[in-house]
Design a protein around this ligand. Structure first.
Ligand code: M6R
Length: 617
């Protein structure tokens, strides 16, 4: 949801910023812009559409070289995706340039006030007020960091801001509230960015900025204060992956690369967490065992794909902790009066760690005294910072907007947490064999996913054959239901097709009316040796849709022969226990959606209207 880069140092700021924006384009691609300080003047260029449009513009009308600059790639909120609304925004005199991620909620009042003082606006954005306010504040104090602090004290909402001023050519300032901003520390050069991928090619040393902090970058150092000007505590850290992890590595799309990385990502989530005899050691879960023993309820909050992982977590928590567990959409939880207290464990799941709905939900829970454990992929992001504890998934950077490896590793991490809480509470003690088997099976999941990936060519062919269909329905029961929802979400966001996921038993209560002759219906058949009642119910559901003309794509485990007569197309996945089946059953649906999007000529990594990290409510 908007990507921001700032730079000061000895290199060409324009080159550094453009390369950084390329890495951040997954965050939004409605427009892009840059500003550079060169020979005491501020020069800027911006263009609607993807970064490529800006790059072409810069070839036609190059900017002079300078060592200080900033840039932005936008996901539009206030004002359409036009050149005028693209960032950076300048004050009327063209001395200040500012880029913004977030929403300034009191912008209308501030804009009215500025207009009353004679200022004219060039865009419809909420962000432009900051350029004018900064120009006025700087005129009063002559210090850009102090001007930024004064402006931030007047702003309401969520914002990451980065600004430069022509009067202080070797200074870049940034500020953050509720939106991400990290500092990259180089030799005589410093970077600011929405995430580390923007500067990872230059340095792996980073500084995490806290809430309500202002940072000033100069060629000789960095100063961080709070909005009042008091020196702030910051955490420096080393980024544990390198530039190659943020490259496509020979794949046509980041999504394909990230699908292929899933076995390794799962192995990295498990690494160091399973001890001898299957005992789990989750050292990061800093919630003391006696507090965990007092917990009487688990609530999972998340959005989108992470919510689907949370739905699977509910089954895991109920099974392995015997605690009641609810999974809630973060955006809904936030505006209820939920029954949550000091004995509630809230699990906030987020790949980015920046999703505003999830962040607000966790704050809502903490205000009520709940303990919050984040399951997160992004080191140092806001959600883990504001949680009582965090279990990082260690999946590596996920660049494609459609989440894949994040999902599988979130499921694995939630299973680890559920097994761990069960272990701490002694629930596992009575069911030692089952728990040991679950841990053993988890350890084998990288191999199982590897096996699925080896057999995906028929799935790709299937996707191509369905490219002209309008609707695809997905059915599942138990943990197969969130898998069906995830399959439908992937298809919607990538192939722009009408796709719906249903709990298979619910179909007869209305949705079955959607089925007509030839409608493709993808059914996730429960694993577990075909012995379960739920397996037989799903087989009946397949027959119900076939009787109404559906063309069935059946995902079933190896050895399940019962389903064969009812499958127009059969996708085999390795045999697993019921609870862990999502780890193998989701993979074909990811491949299916990716291939269908390609067949329909859609952009796989940057689907329309979306952004990777949703930092507005
Ligand atoms: O970063 P998060 O995991 O908090 O993101 C949550 C959702 O926005 C995300 O999973 C979204 O649904 C994906 N684009 C789906 O592929």
């Amino acid at each position: 949801m908007c990507g921001i880069v700032g730079y000061v140092g000895g290199q060409s700021a324009l080159d550094v910023v453009l390369a950084g924006l390329k890495r951040l384009e997954y965050r939004g691609y409605d427009s892009a812009g840059v500003a550079v300080l060169a020979d005491g003047a501020l020069v800027a260029s911006k263009k609607a559409g993807k970064l490529i449009n800006l790059e072409k513009e810069l070839v036609e009308r190059p900017l002079p070289a300078g060592g200080t600059g900033l840039g932005h790639t936008r996901w539009a909120t206030h004002g359409g995706p036009t050149d005028a609304n693209a960032h950076p925004h300048l004050d009327g005199a063209g001395r200040v340039a500012v880029v913004h991620n977030g929403i300034i909620e009191n912008f209308a009042a501030l804009r009215a006030e500025l207009v009353a003082r004679g200022r004219t606006f060039a865009s419809e954005t909420d962000s432009e007020v900051v350029a004018h306010l900064l120009a006025e504040s700087f005129a009063g104090c002559g210090d850009l960091a102090e001007a930024m602090r004064r402006v931030c004290r007047r702003l309401e909402g969520a914002f990451t801001l980065v600004a430069v001023h022509a009067d202080v050519p070797d200074v870049v300032v940034g500020a953050r509230r509720n939106s991400p901003l990290v500092v990259g520390v180089g030799e005589g050069e410093f970077f600011l960015a929405s995430d580390v991928s923007a500067f990872i090619a230059h340095t792996r040393s980073a500084i995490e900025l806290g809430q309500d902090q202002v940072v000033e970058l100069r060629r000789d150092g960095v100063t961080v204060t709070d909005f009042g000007g008091a020196p702030a505590d910051v955490r420096a850290y080393h980024v544990d992956w390198d530039a190659s992890a943020a490259e496509k590595g020979g794949y046509d799309h980041f999504m394909l690369k990230e699908i292929a990385e899933q076995p390794k990502a799962i192995a990295d989530t498990l690494r160091g967490r399973i001890g001898a005899g299957g005992v789990l050691t989750l050292d990061e879960v800093r919630i003391p065992p006696d507090v965990l023993r007092e917990i009487d309820k688990v609530v999972v909050v998340a959005c989108g794909t992470a919510f689907h992982a949370g739905m699977i977590a509910k089954y895991a928590f109920e099974q392995w902790t015997r605690l009641p567990c609810e999974t809630e959409l973060a955006s809904e939880f936030r505006y209820r009066n939920p029954i949550v207290d000091a004995r509630t464990l809230v699990i906030a799941i987020s790949q980015s760690g920046e999703t505003m709905d999830t962040l607000m939900a966790l704050r809502h829970a903490r205000e009520r005294g709940a303990k919050v454990l984040a399951v997160c992929n992004t080191n140092g992001s806001t959600i883990p910072r504001e949680s009582d504890a965090v279990l990082y998934t260690h999946a590596g950077p996920e660049v494609a907007v459609a989440s894949t490896k994040a999902f599988l590793t979130q499921v694995v991490a939630c299973c680890l947490v559920a097994l761990y809480v069960g272990q701490v509470r002694g629930v596992a003690a009575g069911r030692g064999a089952e728990v040991r088997e679950a841990v053993r099976e988890l350890a084998g999941m990288p191999g199982a996913v590897e096996d699925v990936l080896r057999t995906m060519e028929p799935v790709r062919e299937l996707a191509r054959s369905l490219a002209r269909k309008d609707t695809v329905l997905f059915l599942g029961r138990h943990v197969g239901y969130p898998v069906a929802l995830e399959g439908a979400l992937k298809l919607k966001e990538l192939a722009y097709m009408h796709a719906e996921g249903f709990a298979a038993g619910e179909l007869k209560h209305g949705p079955i009316a959607l089925v007509e002759e030839g409608t493709p219906v993808v059914v996730v058949v429960p694993s577990g040796g075909g012995q379960s009642v739920v397996h037989d119910k799903v087989v009946s559901n397949i027959q119900e849709v076939r009787a109404r003309g559906a063309w069935t794509v059946v995902i079933a485990e190896e050895g399940d022969e019962v389903v064969v007569p009812y499958a127009d197309h059969l996708i085999r996945v390795p045999r697993t226990s019921t609870l862990l089946q999502p780890l193998v059953a989701t993979v074909p649906l990811q491949v299916f959606a990716c291939e269908l999007a390609t067949a329909r000529g859609n952009e796989v990594d940057q689907p329309r209207n979306l952004a990777k990290s949703v930092t507005v409510e």
